[in-house]
Design a protein around this ligand. Sequence first.
Ligand code: CAA
Length: 402
Amino acid sequence: MDFVLNDEHKMVQKMVRDFAQKEAAPLIKEYDRKREFPMQLLPRMAELGLLGVCIPVKYGGAGMDYISLGIVSEGLEWADSSARETIAVHTGLNSLTIFQWGTEAQKQRYLAPQARGEKIACFGLTESGAGSDVGAMTSHARRQGDGYVLNGEKMWITLADVADNFLVFAKTEPGEGNRGISAFIVERGFPGVTTGTIHGKMGVHASNTGWISLNDVFVPAENLLGQEGEGFKIAMSALDSGRYTVAAGAVGLMRACLEEAVGYAQERETFGKPIGQHQLVQQLIARMVQRIELAELYVYKVGWLKNQGSRNTRETSLAKWYTTEAAWATASDAVQVLGAYGYSDEYNVERHLRNVKGSVIYEGTSQIHELMQGAYALGYRRDKPLRCELPAYDPEVWQAEE
Ligand code: CAA
C-alpha cells in the first residue's frame, strides 16, 4: 500500500493548482455574477493537457493515469465547480466512454480532437421526465438506410450550448426499457440539432447547463457507440467515470472552504480573541478536516482501482455519495464560520454552498447511491463483466505515440 503521490502526480497537482489559483479563480466571481461560461478558460485547459489528461497520447491525450484525472478534478473545483464540471462531462462522461466502447475509427474521429481540446463534448442522457429512471426516456432512434433518425429532447445537459459533439442516448426498441436504449455520437452540425441554455439555476452559474433538441436528426450507422441495445450499460459505465470526477472535485471544494474558514477564523475577533479560539468554531473546523481527509483517501482508492482495471461501480457510487454530502456539510459549516460575510459573495463559500448542491443531485442523487449501496450489501446487486471494460492504466501504452 502506498499513500504517496508519484512525481508525475505531483507535477499535475502543481500545474492544476497554479492554473486554478492564477487563471480560473480570478475570473470566476465575475462570471458567476454574470451567469456566463468563461469560454477563455477552454483553450488554456487544452494547452495544459487537462481536457485529455488520462487519454493515451496516441489519441491526443496527455497519457497520464486515472489518479491524475482525480487530481485535475480536485484542483479545478478548488476554484469553482464549473471548471470541474467541464472535465466531468467532456473527459469523464464523453471521452472516456468513447475510449472504452468506441471503434478505432470513432476514436480517431472524435476522441483524438476532444482529448486535444479542439472539440468540446458533452453527455445527453437526462430528459425532463427521465433523470434517475433512465429507462423512462422517450427520445428514440429509427433505423433508416445506412443510419438512424433521432428525435427527442434532452434536459439539464452540462455544456449543451458549448459542446461540438454530443453522446446521446435514445431508444431503438421503445418497448424494452433499459435494454432498448442505444448510444450515438452526434455532431452539432448534423441538421436538426438545436441547443439552448437553462436559466434560473441555484448554483454553478459559471457553467453552461441546457437542453438539446433532436428533430429528425440523421446519424450515420458508424456513429452508433457499442451495439444496439447496449446504451444503458454504456451510460452506466460513463457514470463510473463521471461520478469519480464529481467525487474528486468535492474534495477540492471542501479544501477551498476549509482554507477560507481557517483564514477568517484566525483574523476575525469576537469577545476579545480570534474566533478560531472559540471551541465551537474549532469544532466546525475539525469536522471539515475529518471529512476532507476521509473523502480524499477513498477517492484516490477509487482512482487506484481504475488504474488496475478493476470494476469499481460500487466504490465510485460510494465515493460520489459520501464526498458530495460531506462537501455540502462542509460548505454549510464554512458559511457558518464566516457568519454574515459567508452569506455574501464577497467571499467564496456561499458560491461553493450553492454549487455543491448540484453535485449532490446530478450523476445519481444521494438517494440513488444509498439504494445501490444497500443492494450491494444485501447481495441484490452484483457487477457483471462487460463486453468492453475501461482498460487498466499501462504507462507504456498510454505514453506511446503510435
Ligand atoms: N457499467 C456497465 N454496466 C452496468 C453498470 C455499469 N456501471 N451498472 C449496471 N450495468 C448493467 C448491469 O450489469 C445490467 O446488465 P444485464 O442487463 O446484462 O443484467 C444492466 O446494466 C441493468 O443494470 P441494473 O439492473 O443495475 O439497472 P437498474 O435499473 O437497477 O439501475 C439505477 C438502476 C442504479 C437507479 C440506475 O438507473 C442509475 O444509476 N440511475 C441514475 C442515473 C444517473 O446517474 N443520471 C445522471 C445523469 S447524467 C448527468 O447528470 C450529467 C450532467 O450533465 C450533469
